[in-house]
Design a protein around this ligand. Structure first.
Ligand code: GDP
Ligand code: MG
Length: 330
C-alpha cells in the first residue's frame, strides 16, 4: 500500500473483494472513492478506482440488458467464513467436503462426478465454516461462474492428488486457468498493485492421498513449475488424525477470533460466538451485533485476554480470541 490508507478504506477494499454481485461491487467502489485520501500519491489509485467503477457500471448495464445465459450460483455466507474447494479432475475435492463437513457429495474413483457446486458446513470447536465443493477445472473444462465464486471467497483449498503423476500438470492448469481470468491464487488475499481488476485469493494447497510414496517427488516437480506460492497441507482422509489436522488448518486460514457477548445484567452467552478478523476492536464487534450499537457505543466491559475481569475499555480496544464482551450504549 503506497499511501497511508486508513483502516476504514482498507475495510471497504476488503468488502469490495468479497462482493458477490456487480451491484454490490459498485456500492463498495463508490465508498472506496469517498474514503481514499486525496493527494498526489493517490492520484493513480483514484484513476484506477474510477476506471473500475465505470467498467462495473457497464457490466451491470449489460447484465440488465441481456441476462447471462448459463448458471450462476450464489451461496450466502454462513458461519465464520466461506472456503471454496477447487482442483483438477479426481483430486479429492468431494472427499474433502465429505470428510470435513455435514454435506454428502458423491465421491467416486472416476473424474467428472461433481457437476455443480455444493456447500456444506464444517464444525471447528464452537465455530461453523462454510465449504463449497466445485466441479473440476481442466484445459477443456471451466465453468464460467467459478472466477466469481473464487474471488469472493475468504480462502481457497486447491486439491492436489498426491498419488497421481498427473497431479502437477493438472494442478498447474487450474492455477493458469484462473490466472488468465484475473484471479490469482496466492498467500494472502487482496488486490495486485491496487489495480482493482486482478484479485488475489489466499490459498492452501491440499495434497490428498499423501501417504503415497511418490508424493514428495510430485510436489518437487510441481514446485519446479513455479506457478503457485502458498502453504500446503498433506492429508490422508483414511486417517482420522490427518483429517482433523486439515480441519484445524482450514479454520486457521480464516484468521478470525471468537467473541462472546452478554447484555448488561444478563448471564453470559457462551453458545454461539461472533467471529471477526484478528485485530478487530470493540467498535467492530458492536457494528456486527447491531449497526446502531456502533454509533451509540460508550464503552465495554471485557472478560479475558489478561485484563481484570469486567475491566472497562473504550471502542478502540483490540479484542482477543474468546473474550466475553458486554457492550454499553448511550
Ligand atoms: N485413500 C484416499 N482416497 C482418497 C483421498 N482423497 C481422495 N480419495 C479418493 O479419490 C477418488 C476421487 O475423489 P473425489 O473426491 O471424488 O475427487 P474429485 O473429482 O476431486 O471430487 C475417490 O475414490 C476418493 O475416495 C485420500 O486422502 N485418501
Ligand atoms: Mg467431485
Amino acid at each position: 500500500m503506497p499511501a497511508n490508507l486508513t483502516p476504514q478504506y482498507q475495510k471497504a477494499e476488503e468488502e469490495y473483494r468479497r462482493a458477490e454481485s456487480a451491484q454490490e461491487q459498485i456500492q463498495c467502489l463508490e465508498k472506496m472513492l469517498v474514503l481514499l485520501p486525496k493527494h498526489k500519491h493517490t492520484e493513480k489509485m483514484q484513476a484506477d478506482l474510477k476506471t473500475r467503477l465505470k467498467e462495473t457500471r457497464a457490466e451491470l448495464a449489460a447484465e440488465k440488458a441481456a441476462p447471462k445465459k448459463g448458471k450462476s450460483y450464489r451461496f450466502p455466507r454462513q458461519g465464520a467464513g466461506q472456503v471454496v474447494i477447487i482442483g483438477g479432475p479426481n483430486a479429492g475435492k468431494s472427499r474433502l467436503l465429505a470428510a470435513l463437513s455435514n454435506a454428502q457429495p458423491e465421491v467416486a474413483p472416476y473424474p467428472y462426478t461433481t457437476r455443480e457446486p455444493l456447500p456444506g458446513m464444517m464444525t471447528w470447536e464452537d465455530v461453523a465454516v462454510q465449504l463449497i465443493d466445485t466441479p473440476p477445472i481442466s484445459d477443456s473444462l471451466f465453468e464460467p461462474y467459478l472466477p466469481n465464486l473464487v474471488r469472493s471467497a475468504d480462502a481457497v483449498l486447491l486439491c492436489f492428488d498426491g498419488s497421481s503423476d498427473d497431479a502437477p500438470d493438472h494442478t498447474a492448469t487450474v492455477v493458469e486457468q484462473l490466472t488468465s481470468r484475473k484471479t490469482r491464487l496466492a498467500r494472502e488475499s487482496g488486490f495486485v498493485d491496487d489495480q482493482f481488476s486482478v484479485v488475489q485469493v489466499k490459498t492452501l494447497l491440499v495434497v490428498t492421498r499423501a501417504d503415497d510414496g511418490g508424493v514428495h517427488d510430485r510436489l518437487a516437480f510441481f514446485d519446479e513449475m513455479a506457478v503457485l506460492d502458498c502453504d500446503r497441507q498433506l492429508v490422508e482422509f483414511d486417517r482420522a488424525d490427518s483429517t482433523a489436522e486439515l480441519c484445524n488448518r482450514v479454520y486457521r486460514l480464516l484468521n478470525v477470533i471468537r467473541l462472546y457477548t452478554r447484555a448488561p445484567g444478563k448471564p453470559a452467552d457462551y453458545s454461539s460466538p461472533y467471529t471477526l478478523p484478528v485485530g478487530s476492536t470493540v467498535e467492530d464487534l458492536a457494528a456486527k451485533v447491531h449497526h446502531d450499537l456502533a454509533d451509540s457505543l460508550k464503552y465495554a466491559k471485557v472478560w479475558g485476554s489478561g485484563l481484570h475481569d469486567g475491566q472497562s475499555v473504550g471502542r478502540e480496544h483490540v479484542l482477543a480470541d474468546r473474550d466475553m464482551v458486554e457492550l454499553h450504549g448511550a
